[in-house]
Ligand binder design. Structure first.
Ligand SMILES: [Zn+2]
Ligand SMILES: [Zn+2]
Length: 277
């Protein structure tokens, strides 16, 4: 078994103010400077030895550990739990950068667990979610998610082909399209006459049912009916949005004939007896 450690340490030190995670690896006695920035960056093997155990040979580290004297994490690339520790806790952008470096230098005979599907894959099968990041105080971008190629293929929007994050999938459209591809609301000005008529019918009916001063039959579930019609109204407005969006108009004939015939009369399903006065 070869000696292979990855060290994550506080580098940076621009203007004496900022630090950021930097990385180097020592593999079979060979030093690899993966990322080193600012005055605190480790530039060579001598620096690396100093950061590790005060001139101890870095490659003798056979167990991953947190070096609190140095604010450094030392991962053993021979130990799966240690690799998992790195990929579960570091910034995804840094993880992808480190994996890319190790892959390009042919230093990866280990597998990495995908945080999305939890299955092991080769390190070069990973990518960042391009839509899932946040600004980290105006200096740069911090990635929030990385995932494997299988997840990339599996969680794809059928409309735009983009990868969908867990959050995106909480808010899918009627055709499992991503939130960006869902049709926008249609302005009432653009409703067809039939659409407008049906909306008006539903709204009128709901307004009637909201008149608590009317006497309703004792066995009539007024609030239940309001809930039902309100849901019907919302569904109808969603269907209008799909009908008016060119991308969806031709695709689903089941929309045809759906609630399009205006009703002759408004019928709440209950007889309404207005108050005498
Ligand atoms: Zn995956
Ligand atoms: Zn989409």
């Amino acid at each position: 078994m070869k000696h292979a450690i990855l060290v994550e340490y506080k580098g940076g030190g621009y203007s004496g103010c900022f630090w950021e995670w930097n990385y180097f690896a020592v593999i079979n006695g060979e030093f690899h400077n993966i990322l080193s920035t600012g005055s605190a960056g480790v530039k060579d093997y001598e620096d690396a030895k100093r950061l590790l155990h005060d001139n101890a040979e870095p490659q003798t580290v056979n167990q991953y550990l947190y070096d609190n004297r140095r604010d450094a994490y030392i991962y053993d690339l021979n130990i799966q739990a240690s690799i998992n520790d790195f990929t579960a806790n570091s910034n995804p952008g840094n993880i992808i950068g480190v994996l890319r470096y190790l892959t390009e230098h042919d230093l990866t005979d280990f597998r990495v667990l995908c945080p999305r599907c939890n299955r092991p894959h080769d390190p070069d099968e990973y990518m960042l979610d391009p839509n899932n990041y946040k600004g980290d105080g105006g200096i740069g971008i911090e990635w929030r998610e990385f995932h494997c190629q299988d997840c990339q293929d599996e969680h794809t929007c059928p409309e735009c082909g983009d990868y969908m994050s867990r959050d995106d999938e909480k808010d899918l459209g009627k055709y499992d399209e991503c939130p960006n591809c869902k049709p926008g609301a249609v302005s009432e000005d653009d409703y067809t006459d039939k659409e407008r008529q049906h909306i008006t019918e539903l709204e009128t009916e709901i307004n009637w049912l909201n008149k608590t001063y009317l006497q309703w039959p004792a066995d009539f579930d007024r609030t239940g009916k309001i809930t039902e019609l309100t849901a019907e109204l919302a569904d109808f407005e969603t269907d209008i949005a799909y009908r008016h969006d060119d991308r969806y108009t031709d695709r689903d004939n089941s929309l045809e004939g759906m609630l399009w015939e205006p009703k002759e009369t408004t019928d709440t399903g209950a007889s309404v007896t207005p108050c005498p006065n």
